[in-house]
Write a protein that binds this ligand. Structure first.
Ligand SMILES: Nc1ncnc2c1ncn2[C@@H]1O[C@H](COP(=O)(O)OP(=O)(O)OP(=O)(O)O)[C@@H](O)[C@H]1O
Ligand SMILES: [Mg+2]
Length: 334
């Protein structure tokens, strides 16, 4: 369990102070994969540094497991950090060391014997799908393979938590997919809690159980993926279920809706047309699967020769499990 309370980080600058994190509160359950998505400058890397206390928060607390990292001594903090594995955009391997020696690097300060460290490196190489490469050097590996070694190194000290800062930003789409699958497999197998920092919604879609939207140091939206996606009024929903490029819908009434699970199977446009004597044009649509649930995002353009019953149409949508955002022309009465 990771529990962040009222976390604030202000960088004091001669010209003006920069509030990089502004009162962030966040809970991540054991074994959960949580995505933190945000634009450049949103505060993502600052958050990662504050989670491990590599950067001291100006205010607030970070609890990992049962330990309040903001309240422990330096020695305890050093030990606590060993329970947190870090994966970065670039694996940053030491070129003069073999793959096995890179992986066992985090163990060198401990009491483990050399043979044990090598056995651990071998076991982790099997886990990340690079069996047999222990004596190769980083320069002999592809970018994706290097990132696998980076993940293996992050797991060397048997952490409870894996923090990944843009783990796939430097990789091509196919390799990205492989690495995301690997992170998922490792999390499931070791019951690791994973925090993934990214600016790519595709990473959140393929990997995460839950997500936070970070903007300007604040969390604007957060929740389980299925929950945020199902709310058409959430910024994250629009990013998770984008509509394809479409003409601006001009109709008496335009309703944007998102439905999930059973709602997706209802022929909602036909139903509204039949129940309310209107014509319904689906101006744009996106149906896709996130996690194990199906979602439908529609832009419905509704016209009628007679008075439109807005309240009735909205009630039909809500009754059938759709979340709604409505734009009505003047003259359409609720
Ligand atoms: N050491 C620092 N001193 C002063 N300001 C900083 C420092 N580190 C970060 N900032 C500022 O804090 C804000 C957040 O920066 P941060 O690096 O966390 O963003 P980010 O979301 O990781 O962006 P990117 O996607 O580009 O990596 C920015 O306005 C940045 O200029
Ligand atoms: Mg960053």
């Amino acid at each position: 369990m990771i529990s962040v309370r009222e976390l604030t980080k202000v960088y004091r600058q001669p010209a003006r102070d920069v509030v990089a994190l502004d009162n962030i509160t966040l809970d991540i359950d054991d074994g959960e994969i949580h995505g933190i998505i945000g634009r450049s400058g949103a505060g993502k890397s600052t958050l990662v540094r504050c989670l491990t206390l590599l950067d001291r928060p100006t205010n607030g607390s970070v609890v990992v497991g049962s330990q309040n990292l903001t309240a422990v001594s330096d020695t305890e903090l050093r030990n606590a950090r060993r329970r947190i594995g870090m994966v970065f955009q670039h694996a940053n391997l030491l070129s003069s060391r073999t793959v096995a020696d890179n992986i066992s690097l985090p163990l060198e300060s401990g009491k483990k014997k050399k043979a044990d460290r090598r056995a651990k490196a071998k076991e982790l190489l099997d886990l990340v799908g690079l069996s047999g490469l222990e004596d190769t050097y980083p320069a002999q590996l592809s970018g994706g393979q290097r990132q696998r070694v980076g993940i293996a190194r992050a797991l060397a000290a048997d952490p409870d938590v894996l923090l990944c800062d843009e783990p796939t930003s430097a990789l091509d789409p196919a390799t990205t997919d492989d690495i995301l699958k690997l992170i998922r497999a490792v999390s499931d197998r070791l019951n690791l809690t994973v925090v993934v920092i990214t600016h790519e919604m595709s990473v959140v879609k393929t990997l995460c159980d839950s997500v936070s939207l970070l903007d300007n140091g604040k969390i604007l939206d957060f929740g389980p993926l299925s929950q945020v996606a199902a709310n058409v009024n959430s910024d994250l929903s629009r990013a998770l279920l984008p509509l394809p490029t479409h003409e601006a819908a001009s109709a008496d009434l335009v309703i944007e809706v998102v439905g999930s699970q059973d709602a997706v199977n209802i022929p909602i446009a036909t139903k509204i047309a039949a129940e309310h004597s209107v014509t319904v044009d689906i101006a744009a649509a996106n149906i896709e699967t996130l996690g194990d649930a199906r979602f439908a995002h529609y832009l419905l353009a509704i016209d009628s020769d007679t008075q439109i019953n807005l309240t009735g149409i909205e009630a039909t949508l809500v009754r059938n499990g759709y979340s709604i955002r409505t734009r009505a022309k003047e003259g359409v009465q609720a």
